[in-house]
Design a protein around this ligand. Structure first.
Ligand SMILES: *Cc1c(COP(=O)(O)O)cnc(C)c1O
Length: 359
């Protein structure tokens, strides 16, 4: 007999979300945060002004219907507005979809290692985690994921490009996978980094959602659009699925300031995508530099690279701290490093060179 309020037992099992550390300031050295896959560019001209204008109405609730932003996304993607669901970041969408589609002990299948918010959201809903190890090259093992689907499976999460290992699935792989998954299982394609993908046979998420009644895409303004601090993400899916997400969403979740900044960013999309091109070019430069140093990374298709350092991960992260770059270590597994300013990327390459062949 307990004498105090007890949360559901699942709550004690929720793994902590480890946020990327900020850099420690170092005397005489610029330091860089490469630990959260943020966009290193400051907001485009006009975006701050749009947000500032919205600040002046903070005494009012935001437009709960997010009408302007829904309309802009609907036009951009050529999808009806009732096939969209906005939320406070795509992390919120993941919580909402588990809440909307899973009863306790229902199963959610996802690759591992993948995005650390998945086990948190699934556990919080008292659903069951079914983790399918990624292949040695960091790719999803979609055959094994299809085989892991049982009558209890409600949702499969496909993270492409995969955070933190980097590779993306191809359209052919996704189609073969979808052919094996029963139609009552929701397949979520987490496209947080879709703007950074440059590969043959790349997934066309919007075309895929049009072909399947059980596919939902999640996207975000946090990465390519550089609005991580404002928390805006959206799902694209058939009306019944998108509607279920909206039904469980927090009323007035996306602030007026965030709506205004996202709208202004969409209006400046061409300029934003040029910046994405520069980051992709930097990514290629980092991959080449690491290869010259004798270090291969799994093919990165997002704005980050994965160094499979195993037991040496924490030692490497400490050395990176010393070099003024903060990476995101996963102890015993590897380090995820965001591709950012050229100087930061140069430091990473130099550090790995020294690491591989100490002078
Ligand atoms: C960063 C990230 C997100 C986006 O998170 P927001 O809540 O939109 O900031 C979603 N999925 C993956 C895999 C990510 O890495």
């Amino acid at each position: 007999m307990t004498t105090s309020p007890q949360p559901r037992p699942a709550i004690a099992r929720i793994p902590p979300y480890v946020a990327g550390k900020p850099p420690v300031p170092r005397e005489g050295m610029t330091t860089y945060k490469l630990s959260s896959n943020e966009n290193p560019y400051p907001p485009l001209p006009g975006v701050v002004e749009a947000a500032e204008a919205a600040v002046r109405t903070m005494n009012r609730y935001p437009d709960m219907g997010n009408a302007s932003l829904y309309a802009a996304l609907s036009a951009k993607l050529a999808v009806p507005t009732d096939h969209l669901a906005l939320a406070t970041g795509s992390v919120a969408l993941i919580y909402q979809l588990v809440q909307a589609f899973c009863d306790p002990d229902d199963e959610v299948v996802f690759a591992w290692r993948s995005f650390e918010a998945y086990p948190i959201a699934v556990t919080a809903a008292s659903a069951r985690l079914v983790r399918v190890p990624v292949l040695a090259d960091g790719r999803h093992d979609l055959d094994a994921m299809a085989a892991a689907v049982t009558p209890r499976t409600r949702v499969v999460l496909v993270c492409t490009p995969n955070n933190p290992t980097g590779p993306a699935v191809t359209q052919s792989e996704l189609d073969a996978f979808l052919a094996k998954v029963p139609p009552q299982v929701l397949v979520v394609v987490d496209e947080a980094y879709v703007e950074f993908v440059r590969m043959d046979d790349a997934v066309d998420g919007v075309a895929t959602y049009r072909r399947y009644d059980n596919v939902l895409l999640t996207r975000t303004f946090s990465k390519a659009y550089g609005l991580a601090g404002f928390r805006v993400g959206y799902a694209v899916g058939p009306a019944a699925l998108a509607g279920a997400l909206r039904a469980v969403s927090l009323p007035f979740g996306v602030s007026g300031v965030a709506q205004a900044a996202a709208l202004a960013s969409l209006e400046r999309e061409d300029e934003l995508l040029e910046r994405v091109d520069s980051l992709v070019a930097e990514r290629e430069r980092v991959v080449a530099g690491l290869a010259d140093a004798g270090w291969q990374v799994p093919e990165p298709q997002g704005n980050f690279v994965w160094l499979a350092l195993g037991e040496r991960t924490l030692e490497f992260a400490a050395a990176a701290d010393e070099a003024g770059i903060v990476v995101r270590p996963f102890a015993g597994e590897g380090a995820r490093v965001t591709v950012a300013e050229p100087e930061a990327n140069d430091r990473l390459v130099r550090l790995v060179q020294d690491w591989v062949s100490p002078s």
